[in-house]
Design a protein around this ligand. Structure first.
Ligand code: PLP
Length: 403
């Protein structure tokens, strides 16, 4: 028989969210007659796609039914969409062939590892979105899972003491650095000054940053950067992944993009952009043309208004959750420029707090330790939910005994 890929043996057993779902099912089976469980757990969107963007999707599907407007493979994405993304988000700083349309940020985060191979040194914020480290493990670049983390990953703790921004001196030379802002799970957003420091360190140490801006549209403070490319010099050391999932409700539709600047080079001077074009054309056949029609509608004036409306809705949920935690005396960050609230329960185990909130309040949350060793004693609350559910969850949480 053929051998198993040893990298799969290295990956941490059980992805976080299926484990939460398993515990929920177990609890429901044991308590069949209790009150309905409300989820403030996973970061999946709940509200319908708004009318202008939805019409874009519908028209995209209709166009496939007529000979004159039928289209097939889209390769690296519709040229018009690539150009429009550059215009809306990057002030036309990038040519369309530096913007690659994907079927979502997560998918590209996984595929990007192919550019660097198993020998690359990986650094990631701790806590962080699990795919950065688990994806690195699958690519053979993380070493073995050792209980609290992967042996080969340089974890960059982001904790209250450092204002949730890592100590940059811990970044190894020539590392691939995953950085997410607004951050999942902490909800913290890095300032321009801080990102400038990150870029300076990356350039000095020969690093490439994979900057995940999936929550950029939740930023309301105009002084906070929405893209790494607001920082001078980033085009020589960073790739940005982004997505329509959270701002437009496309988690199921699937559409994202990745900016790979032509100015970005490997140590040997080769073009990362040319390699990414090669990788995507080899193992990816382009995003759905229906989804791309929806994205084009999302980037029209009416679509951008709807993105604002939808993100405002979730930010109001976040405000309600933050206010509830504040009244309880639970210290938390995030939720003002991001849909996540990161709550601290000092000296408690994250999974124990998760279980207590589930058992006593019937509210699902996400244990912070699932996002990395520095997440221990934290709980992530997600603002993605129907308003009535969030209000009900907040009412139930108000009775939480946190001592
Ligand atoms: N990046 C971050 C930080 C996320 O939290 C998520 C989803 O939760 C994604 C990317 C996934 O985006 P997509 O739906 O485009 O794959």
């Amino acid at each position: 028989m053929i051998n198993r890929n040893p990298s799969i043996a290295n990956i941490k057993a059980g992805y976080l969210f299926p484990e939460i779902a398993r515990r929920r099912r177990e609890f429901e089976a044991a308590h069949p007659n209790g009150a309905r469980i409300i989820s403030l757990g996973v970061g999946d969107t709940t509200e319908p796609i708004l009318p202008h963007i939805n019409a874009g999707l519908v028209n995209g599907a209709k166009a496939l039914g007529k000979a004159e407007t039928y289209s097939g493979y889209q390769d690296e994405g519709l040229l018009s969409l690539r150009a429009r993304i550059s215009e809306v988000f990057y002030k036309n700083a990038f040519a369309p062939d530096e913007v690659f349309i994907s079927d979502g940020a997560k998918c590209d985060i996984g595929r990007l590892q192919l550019l660097f191979g198993a020998g690359v040194t990986v650094a990631a914020q701790d806590p962080s979105y699990p795919v950065y480290v688990d994806g690195s493990a699958l690519a053979g670049a993380a070493g073995a899972w050792q209980g609290g983390g992967y042996e080969g990953i340089a974890y960059l703790p982001c904790v209250a003491e450092n204002d949730y921004f890592p100590d940059l001196s811990r970044i190894p030379e020539n590392a691939l650095v995953y950085f997410c802002s607004p951050n999942n799970p902490t909800g913290a957003v890095a300032s321009k000054r801080r990102l400038s420091e990150l870029i300076a360190v990356a350039r000095k140490k020969g690093c490439i940053i994979i900057f995940d801006a999936a929550y950029a549209e939740f930023i309301r403070d105009p002084s906070l950067p929405k893209t790494i490319f607001e920082i001078e010099g980033a085009e020589t050391c960073a790739i940005e992944v982004n997505s329509f999932s959270k701002p437009a409700g496309f988690t199921g539709v699937r559409l994202g993009w990745t900016v790979v600047p032509k100015a970005l080079k490997y140590a040997g001077g080769e073009s990362v952009n040319a390699d990414w074009a090669r990788v995507t054309s080899t193992i990816f056949n382009g995003a759905s043309n229906i989804a791309q029609a929806g994205a084009l509608a999302a980037l029209e004036a009416d679509g951008l208004k709807e993105i604002r409306e939808l993100t405002d809705f979730y930010l109001e949920n976040a405000r309600l959750i933050r206010e509830t935690l504040q009244k309880l005396g639970v210290s938390s960050v995030g939720g003002d420029n991001s849909p996540y609230i990161w709550a601290h329960f000092p000296n408690r185990d994250s999974w124990d707090v998760f279980a207590e909130i589930l058992e006593t309040r019937r509210v699902i949350t996400t244990p912070g330790s699932g996002f990395g060793p520095a997440g221990q004693s934290f709980i992530r609350f997600s603002a993605f939910g129907h308003r009535a559910d969030v209000e009900e969850a907040c009412a139930r949480l108000s009775a939480l005994d946190v001592v």
